[in-house]
Each structure stands twice: as structure tokens, then as C-alpha cells.
Write a protein that binds this ligand. Structure first.
Ligand code: NAI
Length: 212
């Protein structure tokens, strides 16, 4: 990612949601000002790491004052693009697709679920909350008509690449992929994968080696 002449690494970008989460907790506790040293204690990154990360975006701290929690929270939200409304669709209305549709917090953060798509006639026409499950054949037209930003792939892995290709052809901007497969998409399509099992297997490794 480029901003001016500065290259911001993905490692920094991946830390930003964590900063934002901790800042939100501070705000809930009515803490409005914090030094990078104090922030370091609660987040677990070094103070210099925190200063370096936030300097990538111009830095928000003031010498001798620390960070204004509310301002920093807001700025990080803006940097992450959370001041934007994204229209999303869920492809695959099975267990996972329905769980995501039922989770209202994504909508509250600006990721508005517009519709779901499936190939199973038993599901087509049903609603999860107020989100309709539509026939997968209607997906391309719907994306164009509604100017959908993000496709959330919750199909079986065998179908995921085909679904991704259809999303790409319909000019989707981003894909949030839950299917356990590496998707091949053009560079201008932003792709994020979520693989819960990889995290679970890491936990398994840690449990297996905890006494070493
Ligand atoms: P499921 O079988 O309950 O749901 C899959 C749905 O996709 C079905 O309703 C099926 O009809 C639909 N589908 C298949 N092909 C389609 C197509 N071309 N267009 C539209 N819909 C289509 O499966 P479940 O449990 O919901 O899992 C869904 C996917 O998510 C699987 O690939 C699974 O491995 C993955 N998964 C990933 C996790 C993660 O951490 N990333 C966690 C749990 C599941």
C-alpha cells in the first residue's frame, strides 16, 4: 500500500484493527488520553513499535501528552476505511453463510448484507433476518444493479473458484473468502481469506508442545 512516498506494510495494516479494538475499550472505560508506553502495556506491542506504526500515517501523538484516544480511534477507523458503507452479498447460504448473515455487528460496522445466493432450491426464497436467499443464477445481474462491493464466499471449496470468477466478471471490488482453498483472482480484486481451521491447528500445535 502506498501513501505519499511511504510504503505501508501489510504487517502494520494487520495490526491496526487491534489498536482500534483496544482504543474502543479505553473509550468505554472513559480513558481519553494514553501514552505509547501505557498502550504498549495493554496491547503487548513495544512502545517503539506503536510509535513507528502510527507514524506511518503521520503519527497522532503529542510529545508529553500521549495519544488522544478518541481522535486516534477515529483516525484508525478512517485509515481502515470504516467510515465507508460497503454493500455485501453472501454466496452459499448454508451453516456458515447463515451464521454470518445472523451476525448483526458486521452491518453495524458498515458492511451491509444485501442478499444471499445459493443453488439449493430448498433455501431459495427464505430469509435470514431480513436478508433474502436468492437463486445463484441471479447473482451477476444483482451485483451490477445494486453496485455490490464485497462478495463473501461460503460455498463448498469445490465451487469457490467458479464463484470467485463470476464475482470478478461482475466487477466486484473485494472478496472475503471462507472456503478452504486458495483463490486465483486478478490483482485489482482485493482478497482476504479467513481460515478458522489454520488458527485451530496452531492452537493444537501449542497444546501439543506446551510442556517443551
Ligand atoms: P454448507 O454445506 O452448510 O453450505 C454450503 C452452501 O453453499 C450450501 O447451501 C450449498 O447449496 C451452497 N452452494 C454450493 N455451491 C454454490 C454455488 N455455486 N453458488 C451458491 N451457493 C452454492 O457448508 P458450511 O458448513 O456452511 O461451510 C461452507 C464453506 O465454509 C465450506 O467451504 C467450509 O469448508 C467453509 N468453512 C470455513 C470456515 C473458515 O474458517 N473459513 C469455517 C467453517 C466452514
Amino acid at each position: 500500500m502506498q501513501k505519499g512516498n511511504t510504503k505501508i506494510s501489510m504487517a502494520v495494516i494487520r495490526r491496526l484493527p487491534k489498536y482500534r479494538r483496544y482504543l474502543s475499550e479505553l473509550l468505554e472505560k472513559n480513558i481519553h488520553r494514553i501514552s505509547s508506553r501505557e498502550l504498549s502495556k495493554i496491547i503487548g506491542f513495544t512502545a517503539s513499535q506503536i510509535r513507528q506504526d502510527l507514524n506511518n500515517f503521520g503519527g497522532f501523538g503529542q510529545q508529553g501528552y500521549g495519544y488522544n484516544v478518541a481522535a486516534l480511534y477515529e483516525e484508525i477507523g478512517k485509515i481502515l476505511g470504516l467510515d465507508t458503507i460497503y454493500k455485501t452479498i453472501i454466496i452459499g447460504a448454508g451453516n456458515l453463510g447463515q451464521a454470518i448473515a445472523n451476525y448483526t455487528n458486521f452491518g453495524k460496522s458498515g458492511f451491509v448484507p444485501m442478499a444471499m445466493f445459493d443453488i439449493n432450491p430448498k433455501l431459495i426464497g427464505l430469509k435470514i433476518r431480513d436478508i433474502e436467499i436468492m437463486d445463484s443464477d441471479e447473482m451477476e445481474q444483482y451485483i451490477k444493479d445494486q453496485d455490490i462491493d464485497i462478495g463473501i464466499i461460503c460455498t463448498n471449496k469445490e465451487q469457490a473458484q467458479d464463484v470467485a470468477q463470476r464475482l470478478v466478471k461482475s466487477n466486484i471490488k473485494g472478496i472475503w473468502n471462507f472456503a478452504p482453498t486458495d483463490l486465483d483472482v486478478p490483482e485489482n480484486i482485493m482478497l482476504e481469506n479467513v481460515h478458522l481451521s489454520e488458527s485451530l491447528y496452531t492452537l493444537s500445535f501449542l497444546l501439543k508442545h506446551r510442556d517443551e
